[in-house]
Design a binder for this molecule. Structure first.
Ligand code: ATR
Length: 280
């Protein structure tokens, strides 16, 4: 690598942030592409977010990722926001522009859709109704991703029903709210089931959902990646459904961010997947 090539810094800002796997991903790509730079953890408390963001250009950062609890708050602190991030209402990627201004992007929707395409060759959102379980921040990105991919019907169900109703009203058709008590039957005729709740995560109870009504051709996705196979995905696999775990979304949301910062489109290799799985 050329020693006079620019040294680029990027990182992930969060609180807490020590658990993040993003440094493993981006530092792997930096090395793989022979670039000069580093991707670091940036533990930033919520009250310091604005100062930390404004420090990025001063410190020579090309940008950063944002994670819990900064994704929503950052929207009002940055200079420019891309339409996708604005619709989702959250920013997961900051790009430092040449003039030092900050642009906010959201690559979660892209990452999710791409993970489905990786899991099932020829996957299309138009294959049939999608059922999205959960109505938090992650669900917003997934719904926008599904709408843009051409979904014809999205059934949204959430333990706190009012949140699902509000979101269905905000996005309009093809999103419709389904009562939590009706979630099992809502799987009838669906082509895709997505868990966006924390249920099934390491240390949490499994998602309480019966798969009996779900057609055999359906794809079952979970955005959780610890564990890689949640009880929902294990049950789905045992019943013969195709499944997609959360690692695919994590890897795919990182790709456009890396390309924006380092100017190289990184590849998803088995070596990288193995490296991340070894950290669990
Ligand atoms: P994220 O940004 O990851 O989506 P979030 O905004 O805190 O996180 O949303 C968490 C989601 O998990 C919500 O849909 C939440 O449901 P509520 O809106 O009813 O809180 C869902 N969730 C959390 N615990 C749950 C449980 N025990 N059963 C069902 N859903 C649960």
């Amino acid at each position: 690598m050329a020693v006079d090539a620019p040294y680029k810094l990027a990182g992930v800002m969060g609180w807490p942030v020590a658990h993040s796997r993003s440094p493993v991903i981006h530092n792997h790509w930096i090395a793989e592409n022979g670039l000069r730079g580093a991707y670091v953890l940036l533990p930033v408390q919520p009250q310091n977010l604005e100062k930390a963001l404004r420090s990025l250009p001063v410190l020579g950062f090309v940008g950063c990722n944002l994670t819990i609890p900064h994704k929503v708050e950052a929207v009002r602190l940055i200079d420019h926001i891309e339409p996708m991030a604005s619709r989702i209402g959250a920013v997961n990627t900051i790009v430092v522009e040449a003039d030092g201004s900050l642009t906010g992007r959201n690559t979660d929707a892209y990452g999710f859709i791409q993970s489905l395409r990786d899991a099932q060759l020829g996957w299309t959102a138009a294959a049939g109704p999608a059922v999205v379980v959960g109505a938090g921040g992650a669900a917003r990105a997934i719904i926008v991703g599904l709408i843009d991919a051409g979904a014809t019907e999205i059934r949204l169900t959430n333990r706190s029903g009012a949140k699902a109703q509000d979101m269905a009203q905000e996005f309009g058709w093809p999103v419709q709210a389904v009562a939590w008590d009706d979630r099992h039957d809502a799987l009838g005729g669906a082509a895709l089931l997505v868990n966006t709740t924390s249920q099934g995560m390491h240390g949490e109870a499994p998602l309480d959902l019966r798969l009996d009504s779900l057609p055999v051709q359906a794809l079952v996705a979970d955005i959780i990646y610890v564990p890689l196979e949640t009880p929902l995905l294990a049950a789905a696999r045992q019943r013969g459904y195709r499944t997609a775990n959360g690692l695919g979304m994590l890897l795919n949301q990182a790709r456009p961010a890396f390309e924006a910062w380092f100017g190289v489109a990184p590849i998803l290799s088995v070596a990288l997947s193995d490296r991340i799985q070894a950290t669990f």
